[in-house]
Ligand binder design. Sequence first.
Ligand SMILES: C[S@@+](CC[C@H](N)C(=O)[O-])C[C@H]1O[C@@H](n2cnc3c(N)ncnc32)[C@H](O)[C@@H]1O
Length: 201
Amino acid sequence: MEWIKFIIRKLGYNRLKNKLYKNFINEILYPFALLARISLSEGIFLMELVKESHKFSGPIVEIGTLFGYSTTIMIHSKDPQRKLISVDDFSWNPCGFSKNLHYDLTKKLLEEATEKHSVQLLNMDKNEFYRTYNDVPPSLVFFDANHTYEETMRDLLWAKEVGVKVISGHDYKKETPGVIQAVNEVCEGKPSRIHESIYVL
Ligand SMILES: C[S@@+](CC[C@H](N)C(=O)[O-])C[C@H]1O[C@@H](n2cnc3c(N)ncnc32)[C@H](O)[C@@H]1O
């Protein structure tokens, strides 16, 4: 009798273990590795923008770090001394991580970048960053945070106001019409360049 109970318990345990494993793969690992980041081809284009922006002085600013994928891509083509400020309030991620876990993980993922490659990770709301920014005009900004019309408009107007030299962003595509509308309004037409869903004013 005891050994039958043992087998049933074992089967139950294995079933639970398999279920947790599948959930981990589908709900955490795949979203972490695959979702909500720029594509490889967009990354290569972003690297070109970083190189182009080196003719101007001022830091590179990224709005929307997530887990640091696009940040890391920019590090590959920036001058080592060029400051790169990446801003995120850790309000959203595709894995459902808490704000604290999201920040902690991203901080660790970017540890070498912040220690050795002139990267500054700021845990703050982008609009608070705009309100308090008092450095020289950035050479390049890459917007990839909130994709509504109102928020994209705030991003772009800030960039214009402080005199950012190269203004770019992600998700200029039909699924996020607010980005298209705000970008078109600000440049009174179409952006000068579009690569997949990256725009450059
Ligand atoms: C699409 S993800 C960024 C993806 C990243 N650029 C990449 O390609 O790896 C959007 C990020 O914007 C952040 N975000 C959303 N609203 C924000 C706000 N108001 N201020 C700062 N960050 C914000 C989210 O927490 C999320 O990490």
